[in-house]
Write a protein that binds this ligand. Structure first.
Ligand code: GDP
Ligand code: MG
Length: 332
């Protein structure tokens, strides 16, 4: 007998006598054979939530070990829910990164908030992320979280910015009091400090369930989606003010051969003046976006990429629900 189960015979007495007759040497009900039982499988939806810029996408990428969600220093670049799958022999975590929690100012943001609400409701585990120094916000944290039925793990991010060594303990105590959670884990998503504690904690609270997706899949989003997100990231890094928020990227061609992927990307803006800004003097700005995006695309897809970019004007697309649905922002 395996030492872990030493003494397990005693538990046989818990079975009704009539039932005991059926417990023979090979039965899984026989504690001697527990180690032979097929191990249970856990699976569930793990959703990362928090205000813009707290580091959700950075954490998502760290958990996935691949750059699949875009990161920039500007708020609200993650507009869609992004599902990443983390598979182990006996578990599957379906992890989603969400747009930051914001107040809807126009149609686009309303649609983004639908993703946020949905991801609160369908979560088995919420990874609620706050950053060091952030305070509890009744409207943002309290109101939204009332709808959640899943378990909650609170991640306090950016502890690398904490100068005072007792500060982290104080932060934990503060959040324990205002927002009770299953667990509180202070981390630096950027530097990878303590982030290794997150997966075991998720696994502990993950429900028993068969896998939701085939176990060899990394994400449920098509490759085109990642390609457009990578290009959007470069746009956010290249242009100022509202221009990046007025753009959308649609991959209209994606042809993959063994050696190369040929892609055509259309960059939509709302006004002619923005088109000029995107292209830049002598096409310089757009060229920079294209070159940098191509480098990241090649790393992401692991092969050579040929990228063509076009800029198009689609007047006021952010305020027109039917245009938003063309870009894939509606849920149904
Ligand atoms: P999101 O809007 O919540 O998805 O946030 P991002 O992941 O896009 O990160 C926003 C900014 O915070 C980026 O500039 C990140 O590099 C930065 N950031 C993320 N995690 C950390 C961290 O642990 N420490 C510090 N100092 N910065 C971080
Ligand atoms: Mg993000």
């Amino acid at each position: 007998m395996h030492p872990i189960y030493a003494g397990a015979e005693a538990s046989l007495s818990f079975y009704p006598a009539a039932f005991l007759r059926f417990i023979d040497e090979t039965s899984i009900f026989n504690p001697d054979n527990i180690y032979m039982m097929p191990s249970i499988h856990k699976a569930g939806f793990v959703n990362i939530l928090g205000k813009p810029n707290v580091g959700k996408s950075t954490l998502m990428n760290r958990l996935m070990g691949e750059k699949i969600s875009i990161i920039t220093s500007k708020a609200q670049t993650t507009r869609h829910r992004i599902l990443g799958l983390l598979n182990g022999e006996d578990y599957q975590m379906v992890i989603s990164d969400t747009p930051g929690i914001i107040r809807p100012a126009y149609e686009l943001q309303k649609s983004m908030m639908q993703f946020v609400r949905l991801s609160i409701e369908d979560a088995d585990i919420l990874l609620l992320m706050v950053e060091a120094g952030e305070k509890f916000d009744e409207e943002m944290h309290g109101r939204l979280l009332k709808k959640s039925e899943g378990k909650r793990i609170l991640i306090i991010n950016k502890i690398d910015q904490q100068k005072d060594p007792t500060g982290i303990e104080k932060l934990k105590v503060y959040w324990e009091n205002v927002l009770p959670s299953e667990e509180i884990i202070p981390v630096s998503a950027l530097q990878g400090t303590h982030t290794e504690k997150i997966l075991p904690s998720i696994l502990k609270h993950l429900p028993e369930h068969p896998p939701y997706y085939p176990k060899d899949q990394l994400s449920d989003k098509p490759e085109r989606f990642f390609a457009s997100e990578i290009i959007r990231e470069k746009i956010f890094q290249t242009y100022r003010k509202e221009v990046p928020y007025s753009t959308e990227v649609v991959i209209t061609e994606f042809n993959e051969t063994i050696e190369i992927i040929r892609m055509r990307a259309e960059i939509y803006v709302e006004r002619n003046s923005q088109k000029g800004i995107i292209i830049g003097k002598g096409g310089k700005a757009l060229k920079k976006v294209g070159t940098e995006a191509r480098k990241d695309l090649e790393t992401f897809f692991g092969k050579q990429v040929y990228l063509e970019t076009y800029v198009k004007v689609e007047k006021d697309w952010r305020n027109k629900p039917q245009k938003l649905s063309r870009f894939g922002y509606n849920l149904k």
